[in-house]
Design a protein around this ligand. Structure first.
Ligand code: THG
Length: 270
């Protein structure tokens, strides 16, 4: 399971303040803690509050890399912010560009821009692509799958290895009125998207979106994550500091025969 630690995100008050005050310690501690907890990548998102997102992401990347070599997932919907972060990234470690839709009304070339930047980032450069196009986020299974198919074929045409693509079917808060059908639709979409190519693209989701605004966030997140792993999800942007969540990942992977069973499988995984 490729786990991407979600905590370095300007959506969190302590991170937002650290960015504003250029407080390195808060960021470096979050990088270290998430790495120790098992993050394969650290998501880096400046949030919407930062006054200059390009210099903020550069500062975050430099600050993290001073003390930590865990690969980064540069998280922005703006190609210019990704490009700014990429300038500071140590690409030897690997990097994910997170995230691009297939296209946007305001930018029909947005996917190509992310793909090009990922190619420039060397053999370990990957992208997360959202099943989203100029009509927005689809609510049904079929449109998600057909957008994913276009993403895979566009990338393949440009010689970009499908194993360097993560498809994100976009999970939204279950609490939103009329959205309760969506988690099930996401599971069905995952089922189908993994057959689009061989080798299959990776599949990821921003798990915590699911429980935004809900009580019982932790159990909602971890049960859905286990369900999605059983359908082929092999990556997620998550709170790796949530111990119960990490135990659920280890157990789901063991039950799917991806980790060998032993009486101490939880300890072995961590
Ligand atoms: N897909 C992709 N990338 C993503 C997302 C996605 N990146 C951002 C986001 N979604 C995933 N990361 C988070 C991080 C935090 C929360 C949700 C998703 C979160 N934050 C608290 C909240 O909003 O309630 C913050 C509150 C606090 O200050 O504690 O839930 O879907 N590719």
């Amino acid at each position: 399971m490729i786990l991407i630690g979600e905590r370095i995100n300007g959506m969190f008050t302590n991170v937002k303040e650290a960015i504003a005050d250029r407080n390195k310690q808060v960021i470096q501690e979050l990088a270290q803690k998430q790495t120790e907890a098992g993050a394969s990548y650290l998501d880096v998102n400046v949030g919407t509050a930062a006054s200059d997102q390009e210099s903020a992401i550069q500062w975050l990347v430099e600050t993290i890399q001073e003390t930590c070599s865990t690969p980064l997932s540069l998280d922005s919907q703006k190609p210019a912010v990704i490009a700014a972060g990429l300038k500071a990234v140590n690409i030897e470690n690997g990097v994910i560009l997170n995230s691009t839709p297939l296209n946007k009304k305001s930018d029909e070339e947005v996917f190509d821009k992310y793909l090009e930047m990922a190619q420039q980032a060397g053999p370990k450069g990957s992208i997360i692509a959202l099943t989203m196009d100029k009509n927005g986020v689809p609510q049904d299974i079929d449109t998600r799958v057909s957008i994913a198919a276009e993403i895979v074929s566009k990338a393949t045409e440009k010689g970009f290895d499908t194993q360097r693509i993560f498809i994100d079917p976009i999970i939204l808060p279950v609490k939103v009125p009329n959205a309760q059908v969506q988690p099930g639709n996401i599971l069905s979409a995952i089922d189908q998207i993994k057959y689009l190519s061989d080798p299959a693209p990776h599949m990821t989701i921003g798990l915590s979106n699911l429980s935004q605004g809900a009580t019982e966030r932790s159990i909602i997140n971890r049960i859905f994550l286990a369900m999605a792993i059983s359908r082929g999800l092999d990556s997620a942007i998550v709170d790796v500091l949530d111990r119960d969540l990490m135990n659920a990942v280890a157990t789901a992977e063991m039950l799917m025969n991806k980790q060998i069973y032993s009486d101490s499988f939880l300890k072995v995984y961590s």
